[in-house]
Design a protein around this ligand. Structure first.
Ligand SMILES: Nc1ncnc2c1ncn2[C@@H]1O[C@H](COP(=O)(O)OP(=O)(O)OP(=O)(O)O)[C@@H](O)[C@H]1O
Length: 273
């Protein structure tokens, strides 16, 4: 059992996980008569890789959408860095340092990799059209800074060789990596990954897993991910929330979750070694 003190804990591989950065308290989300999330509470800690798993329709995407501000729950509270978060629009949540990738890739297919990645810097642009016209220096400094960051992330994710290629021409696995780059270039403190390995072959999954771990290690980014591939989730995550029919049925380390009978019954079917 992990030490769940406010100060955090140390992982089996020696990484230091900090205090609670986000807390979901008694979240309930309804769509008309459908209750997608039923009274769920859990926390996310600084520097942690936190997974949300569950069978189809369990409510995972809905939960990620609550975290990203896309849905506002009818009941419950989202506490971010110790403060109750009022209902917000996704762009306001993004400004607070929470970035995401999507289950279905959402990139500009006709634009190059570099230009797509640059769109992730929009949150960092403060120079107005007025500035650009009359105070050219400020706009130019921002442009240089944004490009520098974009190139750094492109190098980090090893996609330099395709930086000038239109995204539409890339294979699926690389598109997913470009999407990760675009989220990362905004320098998020929390990164939400919606099925980052979906549709990938084994090699692409291995690459993506390595990059997720590297991002966490290099930038200290807290990562929340939804994923269907159990092997990936158990390898990558520090702690896992398990959902079923909108309810939380498990929460703990991958080992704890693997041994949880309710989880085995609902989702795994058989115990995985
Ligand atoms: N916009 C919506 N309007 C109405 N019902 C919705 C909406 N989004 C989700 N639901 C319903 O809420 C429940 C949870 O759906 P959700 O997509 O969050 O599950 P999930 O665990 O992400 O599933 P999957 O793994 O298939 O993506 C389902 O019953 C779904 O039909």
């Amino acid at each position: 059992m992990l030490d769940a003190s406010q100060d955090g804990y140390t992982t089996a591989d020696g990484r230091r996980i900090g205090g609670v950065v986000m807390e979901m308290r008694n979240i309930t989300l309804r769509f008309g008569g459908v209750v997608a999330i039923k009274d769920i509470s859990f926390d996310i800690r600084e520097g942690e890789i936190r997974a949300i798993i569950g069978p189809n329709g369990a409510g995972k995407s809905s939960m990620l959408n609550v975290i990203s501000g896309f849905y506002n729950p009818q009941e419950g509270e989202v506490i971010y860095r110790g403060q109750k978060r009022p209902p917000m629009k996704p762009y306001q949540v993004a400004r607070q340092g929470i970035a995401r990738t999507f289950q279905n890739i959402a990139l500009f297919e006709g634009m190059t990799v570099l230009d797509n990645v640059m769109t992730g810097r929009l949150n960092h642009m403060s120079a107005s059209i007025f500035d650009q016209a009359f105070w050219w220096g400020k706009a130019q400094r921002e442009e240089v800074e944004n490009r520098k960051k974009a190139e750094e992330i492109i190098d980090f994710l090893e996609i330099q060789h395709i930086r000038k290629t239109p995204v539409g021409r890339l294979p699926y696995g690389l598109k997913k990596r470009v999407e990760l780059a675009r989220a990362l270039v905004s320098e998020p403190s929390i990164l939400l990954l919606d099925e980052p390995m979906a549709g990938m072959n084994v090699e692409e999954k291995e690459d993506m897993s390595r990059f997720v771990l590297d991002v966490n290690d290099e930038y200290g980014t807290t990562i929340v991910l939804i994923e269907h591939d159990m092997g990936v989730v158990m390898d990558l995550s520090d702690r896992v929330v398990v959902m079923d029919y909108g309810k939380k049925i498990g929460d703990g380390t991958p080992d704890e979750v693997r041994r949880n009978q309710e989880v085995i019954d609902a989702y795994l079917g058989v115990a995985h070694d």
